[in-house]
Design a protein around this ligand. Structure first.
Ligand SMILES: Nc1nc2c(ncn2[C@@H]2O[C@H](COP(=O)(O)OP(=O)(O)OP(=O)(O)O)[C@@H](O)[C@H]2O)c(=O)[nH]1
Ligand SMILES: [Mg+2]
Length: 504
Protein backbone atom coordinates (compact mmCIF):
# COMPACT_ATOMS: atom_id res chain seq x y z
CA UNK A 1 0.00 0.00 0.00
CA UNK A 2 1.50 3.34 -0.96
CA UNK A 3 1.59 6.05 1.67
CA UNK A 4 0.26 9.35 0.38
CA UNK A 5 2.87 12.07 0.77
CA UNK A 6 1.93 15.38 2.35
CA UNK A 7 1.87 18.11 -0.31
CA UNK A 8 5.07 20.16 -0.31
CA UNK A 9 6.06 23.43 -1.92
CA UNK A 10 9.63 24.11 -3.02
CA UNK A 11 10.83 27.70 -3.50
CA UNK A 12 13.80 28.84 -5.55
CA UNK A 13 16.15 31.49 -4.17
CA UNK A 14 19.30 33.21 -5.36
CA UNK A 15 20.92 36.19 -7.05
CA UNK A 16 19.67 37.61 -10.35
CA UNK A 17 20.74 35.70 -13.47
CA UNK A 18 22.24 32.81 -11.53
CA UNK A 19 19.99 30.36 -13.38
CA UNK A 20 16.94 29.69 -11.14
CA UNK A 21 14.41 29.71 -13.97
CA UNK A 22 16.67 27.71 -16.28
CA UNK A 23 17.14 25.05 -13.60
CA UNK A 24 13.40 24.87 -12.88
CA UNK A 25 12.86 24.38 -16.58
CA UNK A 26 15.49 21.64 -16.74
CA UNK A 27 13.83 19.92 -13.77
CA UNK A 28 10.17 20.33 -14.76
CA UNK A 29 10.04 21.16 -18.45
CA UNK A 30 8.12 24.36 -17.61
CA UNK A 31 9.38 27.85 -18.48
CA UNK A 32 8.09 29.95 -15.59
CA UNK A 33 9.07 33.23 -17.29
CA UNK A 34 5.71 33.67 -19.05
CA UNK A 35 5.38 37.43 -19.39
CA UNK A 36 6.53 39.20 -22.57
CA UNK A 37 8.58 41.64 -20.42
CA UNK A 38 10.28 38.69 -18.74
CA UNK A 39 11.18 37.18 -22.09
CA UNK A 40 12.34 40.54 -23.49
CA UNK A 41 14.49 41.43 -20.49
CA UNK A 42 15.70 37.90 -19.81
CA UNK A 43 14.80 38.11 -16.14
CA UNK A 44 11.99 37.02 -13.86
CA UNK A 45 9.65 39.74 -12.63
CA UNK A 46 6.66 37.82 -11.26
CA UNK A 47 6.42 34.57 -9.34
CA UNK A 48 6.43 31.48 -11.56
CA UNK A 49 4.88 28.10 -10.81
CA UNK A 50 5.54 24.55 -12.00
CA UNK A 51 4.78 21.03 -10.80
CA UNK A 52 7.85 18.86 -10.23
CA UNK A 53 7.76 15.06 -10.32
CA UNK A 54 10.69 13.72 -8.30
CA UNK A 55 12.39 10.47 -9.36
CA UNK A 56 10.74 8.42 -6.60
CA UNK A 57 7.27 9.53 -7.71
CA UNK A 58 6.75 12.29 -5.22
CA UNK A 59 5.16 15.43 -6.60
CA UNK A 60 5.99 18.91 -5.28
CA UNK A 61 4.92 22.41 -6.33
CA UNK A 62 7.73 24.77 -7.32
CA UNK A 63 7.58 28.55 -6.82
CA UNK A 64 10.23 30.29 -8.90
CA UNK A 65 11.09 33.74 -7.53
CA UNK A 66 12.82 36.71 -9.16
CA UNK A 67 16.37 37.51 -8.06
CA UNK A 68 16.51 41.24 -8.87
CA UNK A 69 17.08 43.34 -5.76
CA UNK A 70 14.00 45.46 -6.58
CA UNK A 71 11.78 42.39 -6.41
CA UNK A 72 12.68 41.13 -2.94
CA UNK A 73 9.12 41.91 -1.91
CA UNK A 74 7.85 39.51 -4.57
CA UNK A 75 10.42 36.97 -3.45
CA UNK A 76 9.14 37.15 0.13
CA UNK A 77 5.53 36.82 -1.05
CA UNK A 78 6.54 33.65 -2.92
CA UNK A 79 8.66 32.27 -0.10
CA UNK A 80 6.01 32.57 2.63
CA UNK A 81 4.15 29.49 1.44
CA UNK A 82 7.16 27.21 0.85
CA UNK A 83 8.34 24.21 2.85
CA UNK A 84 11.93 23.90 1.57
CA UNK A 85 14.27 25.77 -0.74
CA UNK A 86 16.38 25.36 -3.86
CA UNK A 87 19.13 27.98 -3.53
CA UNK A 88 20.80 28.56 -6.88
CA UNK A 89 24.37 29.92 -7.07
CA UNK A 90 26.23 30.34 -10.37
CA UNK A 91 29.63 28.63 -10.45
CA UNK A 92 31.22 31.59 -12.23
CA UNK A 93 29.86 34.19 -9.81
CA UNK A 94 29.65 32.63 -6.34
CA UNK A 95 27.72 34.06 -3.41
CA UNK A 96 26.35 37.54 -4.30
CA UNK A 97 24.21 40.14 -2.46
CA UNK A 98 20.80 38.61 -3.20
CA UNK A 99 22.15 35.15 -2.38
CA UNK A 100 22.70 36.53 1.12
CA UNK A 101 19.48 38.53 1.14
CA UNK A 102 17.39 35.51 0.13
CA UNK A 103 19.22 33.36 2.69
CA UNK A 104 18.21 35.87 5.37
CA UNK A 105 14.59 35.87 4.22
CA UNK A 106 14.51 32.06 4.33
CA UNK A 107 15.98 32.10 7.83
CA UNK A 108 13.44 34.74 8.93
CA UNK A 109 10.64 32.52 7.64
CA UNK A 110 12.05 29.55 9.51
CA UNK A 111 12.76 27.59 6.30
CA UNK A 112 15.78 25.57 7.28
CA UNK A 113 15.88 22.70 4.84
CA UNK A 114 16.81 22.74 1.21
CA UNK A 115 19.34 22.04 -1.52
CA UNK A 116 22.01 24.37 -2.91
CA UNK A 117 22.55 23.98 -6.65
CA UNK A 118 25.84 25.29 -8.07
CA UNK A 119 24.75 25.93 -11.66
CA UNK A 120 26.51 26.94 -14.87
CA UNK A 121 29.17 24.30 -14.27
CA UNK A 122 29.70 24.24 -18.03
CA UNK A 123 31.20 27.71 -17.55
CA UNK A 124 33.36 27.41 -14.46
CA UNK A 125 34.46 24.72 -12.01
CA UNK A 126 32.02 24.53 -9.07
CA UNK A 127 34.53 24.26 -6.20
CA UNK A 128 34.88 27.91 -5.21
CA UNK A 129 31.13 28.62 -5.23
CA UNK A 130 30.47 25.30 -3.48
CA UNK A 131 32.88 26.28 -0.71
CA UNK A 132 31.12 29.62 -0.20
CA UNK A 133 27.73 27.84 -0.28
CA UNK A 134 28.74 25.38 2.44
CA UNK A 135 29.73 28.24 4.72
CA UNK A 136 26.37 29.91 4.19
CA UNK A 137 24.29 26.71 4.42
CA UNK A 138 26.29 24.31 6.57
CA UNK A 139 23.46 21.76 6.72
CA UNK A 140 22.35 21.75 3.09
CA UNK A 141 23.33 19.32 0.34
CA UNK A 142 25.38 21.16 -2.30
CA UNK A 143 25.06 19.78 -5.85
CA UNK A 144 26.89 20.90 -9.01
CA UNK A 145 24.91 21.08 -12.27
CA UNK A 146 24.38 22.82 -15.58
CA UNK A 147 20.96 23.67 -16.93
CA UNK A 148 22.55 24.11 -20.34
CA UNK A 149 24.15 20.65 -20.70
CA UNK A 150 21.79 18.87 -18.31
CA UNK A 151 24.73 17.55 -16.32
CA UNK A 152 23.91 17.05 -12.64
CA UNK A 153 20.22 18.00 -13.01
CA UNK A 154 19.16 14.47 -11.99
CA UNK A 155 21.44 14.75 -8.96
CA UNK A 156 19.62 17.94 -7.95
CA UNK A 157 16.29 16.10 -8.22
CA UNK A 158 17.62 13.18 -6.16
CA UNK A 159 18.92 15.56 -3.47
CA UNK A 160 15.53 17.32 -3.37
CA UNK A 161 13.84 13.95 -2.89
CA UNK A 162 16.12 13.09 0.05
CA UNK A 163 15.53 16.45 1.70
CA UNK A 164 11.75 16.24 1.11
CA UNK A 165 11.66 13.14 3.33
CA UNK A 166 12.73 15.25 6.31
CA UNK A 167 10.78 18.43 5.69
CA UNK A 168 8.12 19.32 8.21
CA UNK A 169 5.32 20.73 6.04
CA UNK A 170 4.13 24.20 6.92
CA UNK A 171 0.55 22.91 6.61
CA UNK A 172 1.15 19.99 8.99
CA UNK A 173 -1.40 20.05 11.78
CA UNK A 174 -3.43 22.63 9.85
CA UNK A 175 -5.36 20.27 7.62
CA UNK A 176 -8.32 20.11 9.94
CA UNK A 177 -8.42 23.85 10.53
CA UNK A 178 -10.49 26.38 8.62
CA UNK A 179 -9.36 27.25 5.10
CA UNK A 180 -6.97 30.19 4.59
CA UNK A 181 -5.34 31.04 1.27
CA UNK A 182 -3.09 34.07 0.68
CA UNK A 183 -3.49 35.12 -2.93
CA UNK A 184 -0.33 35.38 -5.02
CA UNK A 185 -1.95 35.89 -8.44
CA UNK A 186 -5.31 37.01 -9.80
CA UNK A 187 -6.32 36.86 -13.44
CA UNK A 188 -9.28 36.18 -15.69
CA UNK A 189 -9.88 33.17 -17.87
CA UNK A 190 -12.12 33.78 -20.83
CA UNK A 191 -15.50 32.24 -20.14
CA UNK A 192 -14.71 31.40 -16.51
CA UNK A 193 -14.22 34.78 -14.85
CA UNK A 194 -11.84 35.65 -12.06
CA UNK A 195 -9.30 33.10 -10.86
CA UNK A 196 -6.98 33.51 -7.88
CA UNK A 197 -4.06 31.26 -6.98
CA UNK A 198 -2.06 30.50 -3.87
CA UNK A 199 -0.94 27.77 -1.53
CA UNK A 200 -3.70 26.64 0.82
CA UNK A 201 -2.22 27.40 4.28
CA UNK A 202 -4.76 25.44 6.27
CA UNK A 203 -8.02 23.54 6.08
CA UNK A 204 -9.86 22.22 3.08
CA UNK A 205 -11.52 24.15 0.28
CA UNK A 206 -14.44 22.67 -1.65
CA UNK A 207 -16.41 23.65 -4.69
CA UNK A 208 -19.49 25.53 -3.47
CA UNK A 209 -17.87 26.83 -0.25
CA UNK A 210 -18.63 30.40 0.81
CA UNK A 211 -15.42 32.13 1.89
CA UNK A 212 -14.59 35.70 2.92
CA UNK A 213 -12.50 37.74 0.52
CA UNK A 214 -10.16 39.79 2.74
CA UNK A 215 -9.60 42.60 3.52
CA UNK A 216 -13.07 43.57 2.18
CA UNK A 217 -14.72 40.66 4.09
CA UNK A 218 -17.11 40.10 1.23
CA UNK A 219 -18.51 36.57 1.11
CA UNK A 220 -17.78 34.89 -2.22
CA UNK A 221 -18.47 31.43 -3.58
CA UNK A 222 -15.95 28.92 -4.90
CA UNK A 223 -17.27 28.10 -8.36
CA UNK A 224 -14.56 25.64 -9.31
CA UNK A 225 -11.11 24.53 -8.22
CA UNK A 226 -7.88 23.29 -9.72
CA UNK A 227 -5.09 21.56 -7.85
CA UNK A 228 -1.78 21.42 -9.74
CA UNK A 229 -3.57 22.58 -12.90
CA UNK A 230 -6.14 19.77 -12.80
CA UNK A 231 -9.84 20.16 -11.92
CA UNK A 232 -10.65 19.04 -8.38
CA UNK A 233 -13.67 18.98 -6.09
CA UNK A 234 -11.60 19.69 -3.03
CA UNK A 235 -8.15 21.05 -2.11
CA UNK A 236 -6.16 20.34 1.05
CA UNK A 237 -3.73 22.38 3.14
CA UNK A 238 -0.31 22.58 1.52
CA UNK A 239 -1.58 22.19 -2.03
CA UNK A 240 -1.19 24.76 -4.76
CA UNK A 241 -4.68 25.83 -5.72
CA UNK A 242 -6.42 27.91 -8.40
CA UNK A 243 -9.85 29.10 -7.30
CA UNK A 244 -12.50 30.35 -9.69
CA UNK A 245 -14.64 32.85 -7.78
CA UNK A 246 -18.27 33.48 -8.65
CA UNK A 247 -19.34 37.08 -9.13
CA UNK A 248 -15.98 38.74 -8.42
CA UNK A 249 -14.49 41.21 -10.90
CA UNK A 250 -10.74 41.16 -11.46
CA UNK A 251 -10.36 44.72 -10.16
CA UNK A 252 -11.85 43.62 -6.83
CA UNK A 253 -9.00 41.26 -5.99
CA UNK A 254 -5.22 41.27 -6.20
CA UNK A 255 -2.06 39.71 -4.79
CA UNK A 256 -1.93 40.32 -1.06
CA UNK A 257 -5.64 39.64 -0.54
CA UNK A 258 -6.74 36.40 1.10
CA UNK A 259 -9.60 33.92 1.04
CA UNK A 260 -10.61 32.63 4.44
CA UNK A 261 -13.35 30.49 5.85
CA UNK A 262 -15.17 32.83 8.27
CA UNK A 263 -14.52 30.20 10.96
CA UNK A 264 -10.75 30.80 10.60
CA UNK A 265 -11.17 34.08 12.48
CA UNK A 266 -8.73 35.89 10.19
CA UNK A 267 -9.59 39.58 10.01
CA UNK A 268 -7.77 42.70 8.82
CA UNK A 269 -5.59 44.08 11.61
CA UNK A 270 -3.36 47.10 12.08
CA UNK A 271 -1.88 46.30 15.48
CA UNK A 272 -0.13 43.00 16.04
CA UNK A 273 1.80 41.73 19.06
CA UNK A 274 4.64 39.44 18.01
CA UNK A 275 7.79 37.68 19.13
CA UNK A 276 10.61 39.03 16.95
CA UNK A 277 14.33 38.33 17.00
CA UNK A 278 15.27 42.01 17.00
CA UNK A 279 17.48 44.31 19.03
CA UNK A 280 15.56 46.65 21.37
CA UNK A 281 17.32 49.69 19.86
CA UNK A 282 14.96 49.37 16.90
CA UNK A 283 12.15 50.75 19.06
CA UNK A 284 10.26 53.40 17.10
CA UNK A 285 11.80 52.37 13.76
CA UNK A 286 9.64 52.47 10.64
CA UNK A 287 9.96 49.15 8.83
CA UNK A 288 8.30 47.02 6.19
CA UNK A 289 6.45 44.00 7.55
CA UNK A 290 5.83 41.06 5.22
CA UNK A 291 3.12 38.54 5.93
CA UNK A 292 1.31 36.15 3.62
CA UNK A 293 1.51 37.79 0.22
CA UNK A 294 1.46 41.41 1.44
CA UNK A 295 3.96 43.93 2.73
CA UNK A 296 2.90 46.91 4.84
CA UNK A 297 4.92 49.73 6.44
CA UNK A 298 4.81 49.75 10.23
CA UNK A 299 6.37 51.17 13.38
CA UNK A 300 7.97 48.88 15.90
CA UNK A 301 7.45 49.30 19.63
CA UNK A 302 9.74 47.28 21.88
CA UNK A 303 8.01 45.61 24.81
CA UNK A 304 11.19 43.92 26.07
CA UNK A 305 12.41 40.32 26.09
CA UNK A 306 11.87 39.84 22.36
CA UNK A 307 8.23 40.93 22.48
CA UNK A 308 7.13 43.70 20.13
CA UNK A 309 4.10 45.62 19.11
CA UNK A 310 3.87 46.16 15.35
CA UNK A 311 1.73 49.20 14.43
CA UNK A 312 0.83 48.98 10.77
CA UNK A 313 -0.06 51.70 8.28
CA UNK A 314 -2.44 49.38 6.41
CA UNK A 315 -4.10 46.08 7.21
CA UNK A 316 -2.37 42.72 7.50
CA UNK A 317 -4.38 39.50 7.30
CA UNK A 318 -2.54 37.65 10.03
CA UNK A 319 -3.51 34.86 12.42
CA UNK A 320 -1.85 33.77 15.65
CA UNK A 321 1.19 31.58 14.98
CA UNK A 322 1.86 33.01 11.49
CA UNK A 323 5.41 34.02 10.52
CA UNK A 324 6.37 37.64 9.88
CA UNK A 325 9.44 39.02 8.10
CA UNK A 326 10.61 42.49 9.13
CA UNK A 327 12.75 44.46 6.65
CA UNK A 328 14.22 47.92 6.90
CA UNK A 329 12.83 50.44 4.42
CA UNK A 330 16.14 52.11 3.56
CA UNK A 331 18.60 50.60 2.99
CA UNK A 332 16.53 47.53 2.13
CA UNK A 333 17.71 44.83 4.43
CA UNK A 334 16.12 41.90 6.24
CA UNK A 335 16.10 42.60 9.97
CA UNK A 336 14.28 39.69 11.53
CA UNK A 337 11.67 37.04 11.46
CA UNK A 338 9.13 36.26 14.09
CA UNK A 339 5.76 34.88 15.03
CA UNK A 340 2.40 36.56 15.56
CA UNK A 341 1.18 36.14 19.15
CA UNK A 342 -1.90 38.39 19.17
CA UNK A 343 -3.14 39.32 15.70
CA UNK A 344 -5.82 41.71 16.99
CA UNK A 345 -3.94 43.61 19.66
CA UNK A 346 -4.78 46.96 21.14
CA UNK A 347 -2.18 49.68 21.32
CA UNK A 348 -0.37 49.31 24.60
CA UNK A 349 3.02 49.81 26.14
CA UNK A 350 4.98 47.61 28.53
CA UNK A 351 2.12 46.93 30.94
CA UNK A 352 3.04 44.02 33.20
CA UNK A 353 -0.32 42.26 32.76
CA UNK A 354 -0.08 42.53 28.97
CA UNK A 355 3.50 41.24 28.96
CA UNK A 356 2.58 38.30 31.16
CA UNK A 357 -0.17 37.34 28.75
CA UNK A 358 2.15 37.60 25.73
CA UNK A 359 4.72 35.44 27.51
CA UNK A 360 2.02 32.82 28.01
CA UNK A 361 1.05 32.98 24.34
CA UNK A 362 4.72 32.65 23.34
CA UNK A 363 5.00 29.51 25.44
CA UNK A 364 1.95 28.18 23.61
CA UNK A 365 -0.27 28.14 26.68
CA UNK A 366 -4.00 28.47 26.05
CA UNK A 367 -5.80 31.65 27.05
CA UNK A 368 -7.48 31.34 30.46
CA UNK A 369 -11.24 30.89 30.29
CA UNK A 370 -12.90 34.14 31.34
CA UNK A 371 -16.45 33.04 32.05
CA UNK A 372 -15.90 32.20 35.71
CA UNK A 373 -14.09 35.44 36.55
CA UNK A 374 -15.42 37.18 39.67
CA UNK A 375 -17.41 40.35 39.09
CA UNK A 376 -14.63 42.63 40.32
CA UNK A 377 -11.89 40.95 38.28
CA UNK A 378 -9.67 43.06 36.03
CA UNK A 379 -10.78 42.99 32.40
CA UNK A 380 -8.63 40.70 30.25
CA UNK A 381 -5.41 42.48 29.33
CA UNK A 382 -5.90 42.58 25.61
CA UNK A 383 -9.48 43.72 25.75
CA UNK A 384 -8.58 46.98 27.45
CA UNK A 385 -11.16 49.08 29.25
CA UNK A 386 -14.72 48.69 28.03
CA UNK A 387 -15.74 51.70 25.96
CA UNK A 388 -19.13 53.29 26.38
CA UNK A 389 -21.19 52.95 23.22
CA UNK A 390 -20.82 56.09 21.10
CA UNK A 391 -23.64 57.74 19.22
CA UNK A 392 -23.41 57.58 15.42
CA UNK A 393 -22.77 61.35 15.27
CA UNK A 394 -19.88 60.97 17.71
CA UNK A 395 -18.43 58.17 15.61
CA UNK A 396 -18.72 60.46 12.60
CA UNK A 397 -16.77 63.11 14.46
CA UNK A 398 -14.13 60.56 15.42
CA UNK A 399 -13.68 59.69 11.74
CA UNK A 400 -13.36 63.38 10.93
CA UNK A 401 -10.62 63.76 13.54
CA UNK A 402 -8.88 60.67 12.25
CA UNK A 403 -8.92 62.10 8.73
CA UNK A 404 -7.41 65.36 9.99
CA UNK A 405 -4.41 63.36 11.25
CA UNK A 406 -1.68 65.53 12.75
CA UNK A 407 -3.39 68.78 11.69
CA UNK A 408 -6.18 68.70 14.25
CA UNK A 409 -9.12 71.13 14.00
CA UNK A 410 -10.19 73.64 16.63
CA UNK A 411 -13.56 73.66 18.38
CA UNK A 412 -14.89 76.41 16.13
CA UNK A 413 -13.80 74.53 13.02
CA UNK A 414 -15.84 71.54 14.18
CA UNK A 415 -19.01 73.63 14.42
CA UNK A 416 -21.99 71.65 15.65
CA UNK A 417 -19.95 68.42 15.85
CA UNK A 418 -17.96 69.92 18.75
CA UNK A 419 -20.72 68.95 21.16
CA UNK A 420 -19.56 65.32 20.89
CA UNK A 421 -16.00 66.14 21.96
CA UNK A 422 -16.53 65.41 25.67
CA UNK A 423 -17.85 61.93 24.83
CA UNK A 424 -14.88 61.20 22.56
CA UNK A 425 -12.37 62.53 25.07
CA UNK A 426 -14.06 60.53 27.82
CA UNK A 427 -13.84 57.37 25.69
CA UNK A 428 -10.14 58.00 25.06
CA UNK A 429 -10.73 58.40 21.32
CA UNK A 430 -9.96 62.13 21.09
CA UNK A 431 -7.22 64.14 22.76
CA UNK A 432 -7.06 67.87 23.34
CA UNK A 433 -3.82 69.30 22.02
CA UNK A 434 -2.74 72.68 23.41
CA UNK A 435 -5.52 75.13 24.21
CA UNK A 436 -8.05 74.34 21.54
CA UNK A 437 -7.09 71.62 19.05
CA UNK A 438 -8.69 68.15 19.02
CA UNK A 439 -6.92 65.14 17.56
CA UNK A 440 -7.72 61.46 17.16
CA UNK A 441 -5.74 59.34 19.61
CA UNK A 442 -4.35 57.19 16.77
CA UNK A 443 -3.00 60.26 14.95
CA UNK A 444 -1.20 61.38 18.11
CA UNK A 445 0.22 57.90 18.60
CA UNK A 446 1.63 58.01 15.09
CA UNK A 447 3.20 61.44 15.73
CA UNK A 448 4.67 60.14 18.99
CA UNK A 449 6.11 57.12 17.21
CA UNK A 450 7.73 59.29 14.56
CA UNK A 451 9.13 61.74 17.11
CA UNK A 452 10.57 58.87 19.18
CA UNK A 453 12.19 57.39 16.09
CA UNK A 454 13.84 60.73 15.27
CA UNK A 455 15.17 61.20 18.80
CA UNK A 456 16.52 57.66 18.79
CA UNK A 457 18.20 58.11 15.41
CA UNK A 458 19.41 61.69 15.83
CA UNK A 459 19.73 62.21 19.57
CA UNK A 460 17.09 64.95 19.84
CA UNK A 461 14.22 66.59 17.97
CA UNK A 462 13.55 70.26 17.28
CA UNK A 463 10.36 72.02 16.28
CA UNK A 464 11.70 72.54 12.75
CA UNK A 465 12.62 68.86 12.47
CA UNK A 466 9.12 67.68 13.45
CA UNK A 467 7.57 70.26 11.14
CA UNK A 468 9.63 68.91 8.22
CA UNK A 469 8.99 65.28 9.18
CA UNK A 470 5.23 65.85 9.19
CA UNK A 471 5.31 68.37 6.35
CA UNK A 472 3.08 70.62 8.33
CA UNK A 473 3.06 74.17 9.65
CA UNK A 474 4.93 75.51 12.64
CA UNK A 475 1.62 75.99 14.48
CA UNK A 476 0.81 72.25 14.48
CA UNK A 477 4.38 71.12 15.11
CA UNK A 478 4.58 73.36 18.15
CA UNK A 479 1.27 72.21 19.60
CA UNK A 480 2.18 68.55 19.03
CA UNK A 481 5.62 68.85 20.62
CA UNK A 482 4.18 70.58 23.65
CA UNK A 483 1.63 67.82 23.90
CA UNK A 484 4.40 65.20 23.83
CA UNK A 485 6.14 67.12 26.64
CA UNK A 486 2.94 67.14 28.66
CA UNK A 487 2.35 63.46 28.00
CA UNK A 488 5.85 62.91 29.45
CA UNK A 489 7.08 61.26 26.26
CA UNK A 490 9.59 64.04 25.54
CA UNK A 491 11.42 66.53 27.75
CA UNK A 492 12.29 70.07 26.72
CA UNK A 493 15.92 71.07 27.18
CA UNK A 494 16.95 74.70 27.94
CA UNK A 495 17.89 75.16 24.25
CA UNK A 496 14.35 74.00 23.20
CA UNK A 497 15.51 70.67 21.76
CA UNK A 498 13.54 67.64 22.99
CA UNK A 499 14.92 64.35 24.21
CA UNK A 500 13.06 61.27 25.48
CA UNK A 501 12.00 61.22 29.07
CA UNK A 502 13.37 58.21 30.88
CA UNK A 503 10.85 55.47 31.38
CA UNK A 504 9.96 55.20 35.06
N1 LIG B 1 26.04 28.42 -19.63
C1 LIG B 1 24.99 28.35 -18.83
N2 LIG B 1 24.08 29.35 -18.83
C2 LIG B 1 23.02 29.26 -18.02
C3 LIG B 1 22.82 28.15 -17.17
N3 LIG B 1 21.68 28.36 -16.46
C4 LIG B 1 21.20 29.55 -16.87
N4 LIG B 1 21.99 30.09 -17.80
C5 LIG B 1 21.80 31.37 -18.49
O1 LIG B 1 21.88 32.41 -17.53
C6 LIG B 1 20.94 33.43 -17.82
C7 LIG B 1 20.03 33.66 -16.62
O2 LIG B 1 19.27 32.48 -16.35
P1 LIG B 1 17.88 32.52 -15.61
O3 LIG B 1 17.48 31.12 -15.38
O4 LIG B 1 16.92 33.42 -16.28
O5 LIG B 1 18.33 33.21 -14.24
P2 LIG B 1 17.41 33.54 -12.98
O6 LIG B 1 18.19 33.20 -11.77
O7 LIG B 1 16.09 32.90 -13.12
O8 LIG B 1 17.30 35.12 -13.08
P3 LIG B 1 16.19 36.06 -12.35
O9 LIG B 1 14.94 35.29 -12.30
O10 LIG B 1 16.07 37.30 -13.16
O11 LIG B 1 16.76 36.32 -11.00
C8 LIG B 1 20.18 32.97 -19.06
O12 LIG B 1 20.76 33.58 -20.17
C9 LIG B 1 20.39 31.46 -19.07
O13 LIG B 1 20.37 30.94 -20.37
C10 LIG B 1 23.80 27.11 -17.19
O14 LIG B 1 23.72 26.12 -16.46
N5 LIG B 1 24.84 27.27 -18.03
MG1 LIG C 1 14.24 33.69 -13.11
Amino acid sequence: MSVAHAPLTLGTAGHIDHGKTALVRALTGVDTDRLPQEKARGMSIELGFAPLLLPGGRRVSVVDVPGHERFVRTMVAGATGIDFHLMVIAADDGVMPQTLEHAEVLAALGIERGVVAITKCDRAPPERAAGEASELFPNAEVVACSARTGEGVNDVAAALERVAEHVKPHAEGRRNGAAVLHIDRAFTIHGAGTVVTGTLWSGTLEVGDAVALLPSRRLVRVRSLQVHDEPAERAHAGQRVAVNLAGVALREVSRGDALADPAAGVAPTQVVDAALELRDCLHGRRVMVHHGTRAVPARLAALGAGLWQVRLEAALLAAAGDRLVVRSVAPPDTLAGGTVLDPQARRHGRRPDVLARLERLRRGEPEPVQAAAPADAEPPAAAGPALPALEPDAIELAERLRAAGHEPPSRSQLGDGAKHLPALIGAGVAVRIGRDLYAHRDAIDVVADRAIAIVEDEGAITLARLRDELQTSRKYAEALLEHLDQARITKRLPDDRRVLRRRG
